[in-house]
Design a protein around this ligand. Structure first.
Ligand code: FAD
Length: 457
């Protein structure tokens, strides 16, 4: 029997989508199309009042809820079977103040929407990533690594304040002075069951209109040498303006052969960038080198355009232990890259630590992985169900082969439903404090998903 949504519909200014609507499948599908979870309804909220109404309705109806932004959760926790999805992707208000270099961003804004307002005219950028469909709230509350992070800190380090709807349907303004413990939790664990965030206030950073950025590629025959040079470039390094990620991906994507890409930027003058990048450029015989003067927005847009939404996905990985980003690990990685079962798959080293990230104490925010420099994402992507087994086996086998080289810590934004000790892997020593905040702000565990913070005791 259809769920009686009449009391929610009254006064709701967004749209409510149910399995009886033709738009349901499009509203439901996540970035990871392996997730087949079917909610009873999706409340696509238009404003904060819609969010509060959806929370109150679900509580009174005894419905389980999930909170959704851009739908990129790798394990699908932004959907709930038979429950109500509170979708904040439509909350797109932006209030930018160039004088204080701050912006109040609705939870549904993507980073390119912010850049268009803050960077193009005023040379100020938010702490964003390149994916255009990731929303700022999910991204920054789970950490938030981008090309500016080594220079200016993580997304969560830029959160100055939040508006949050509690399980009681009340709206809180969360700042350093009001609910400081909740602000601490949102800075690293905000998607883990405290409430629905409707907007975040960020500090912004100066970024030059023209900088050195781009991408270059090598064949896999050069890959171990490039990985070594990359490790040496970043180990013990003070300079924190060069931000280069690596990826092994098919080129052309998805029909070509696996190649190793280096991509990123230098937050400074083009000349300084050329000098800092030189050691990497000198390795092997690049297939192409498309680094050159560009703008932060153009580079992010070009990289983001390469990301496909709606493939099936298995995402595993973790941070390397001290000394674990080693020649032995490089051999395992390159061998596995030669055996990628799908042309859509990739290996990414895209969470470069150090610099301003490591300058923050591990207990200053809920984000604990402050000392980790290198990370690997093992990302299998495929189209048809019958391809699943080979792709899942590939990610699991590579994860197992690399286990002796990894620290056991996992980035909470790259959620892995297969983790046994997910609380330890994501939050480490900060977990008990997160439980205390959970007990204070969501004592009935209304906002729960398989890896939300558990109540204390
Ligand atoms: C292609 C791709 C590229 C990525 N690139 C990067 C990157 O460069 N750097 C990086 O750090 N991360 C990156 N990520 C990870 C991404 O930041 C996280 O998956 C993030 O949680 C996605 O947010 P979302 O709103 O798009 O996803 P959703 O699936 O909608 O939400 C993710 C989680 O956040 C919670 N959440 C979302 N909105 C709210 C809200 N308003 N209030 C409370 N909780 C909320 C959800 O409940 C869920 O637990 C990437 C992910 C993908 C798939």
């Amino acid at each position: 029997m259809p769920l009686d949504l009449s009391s929610l519909r009254a006064g709701f200014t967004g749209t409510i989508v149910t399995p009886y609507d033709p738009s349901y499948e499009g509203a439901r599908v996540l970035f990871n199309n392996r997730i087949r979870t079917r909610p009873a309804a999706i409340a696509r909220c238009a404003d904060e009042a819609d969010v509060a109404a959806a929370v109150r309705f679900a509580r009174e109806a005894g419905l389980a809820v999930a909170v959704r932004g851009g739908g990129h959760h790798a394990a699908g926790f932004s959907l709930v079977d038979g429950g109500l999805v509170i979708d904040t992707g439509g909350l797109k208000d932006l209030a930018f103040d160039p004088a204080t270099a701050t912006v109040v961003a609705g939870a549904g804004c993507g980073w390119r929407e912010l850049d268009q307002v803050t960077y193009v005219e005023h040379g100020l950028a938010g702490p964003g990533g390149e994916c255009p469909t990731v929303r700022n709230a999910g991204y920054s509350m789970g950490g938030g690594y981008g090309f500016l992070s080594r220079t200016y800190g993580l997304g969560c380090d830029h959160i100055l304040a939040a508006r949050l709807v509690t399980a009681a349907g009340e709206v809180l303004t969360v700042t350093e002075d009001e609910h400081p413990d909740l602000l601490w939790a949102l800075r690293g664990a905000g998607g883990a069951g405290f409430g629905v965030v409707t907007s975040l206030t960020y500090r912004l950073d100066p970024v030059p209109p023209t900088l050195l950025g781009g991408v270059m590629a090598w064949s896999l025959d050069d890959a171990e040498d490039v990985l070594r040079a990359y490790r040496d470039l970043y180990t013990g390094r003070d300079e924190d303006r060069l931000s280069i990620y690596l990826a092994i991906v098919t080129d052309p994507y998805p029909d070509g052969e696996p190649v190793l890409l280096a991509y990123g930027l230098h937050v400074g003058s083009v000349e300084d960038g050329e000098r800092e990048l030189a050691p990497l450029r000198a390795v092997g015989t690049p297939l192409f080198d498309a680094f050159g003067p560009t703008s932060y927005l153009d580079l992010q847009t070009a990289l983001g355009n390469e990301i496909m939404y709606g493939l099936q996905l298995s995402w595993r990985g973790g941070y390397f232990a001290d000394g674990g980003f080693s020649d032995e690990a490089f051999g395992i990685i390159v061998d596995a890259a030669r055996r990628m079962p799908s042309g859509y798959s990739m290996l990414r080293f895209d969470l470069l630590g150090g610099g301003a990230i490591g300058a923050v104490a591990p207990d200053a925010t809920a984000f604990v992985h402050r000392s980790r420099l290198f990370n690997i994402s093992i990302i299998a992507q495929w189209v048809r169900d019958e391809e699943a087994e080979a792709n899942l086996r590939w990610t699991d086998e590579l994860r197992d082969a690399l286990a002796p080289h990894l620290s056991g810590e996992v980035y909470q934004n790259y959620a892995d439903a297969g983790l046994f000790d997910w609380a330890g892997a994501y939050y480490g020593a900060n977990y008990p404090r997160l439980q205390a905040v959970k007990g204070e702000y969501d004592p009935t565990d209304f906002f729960r998903h398989p890896q939300s913070i558990r109540l204390p005791g």
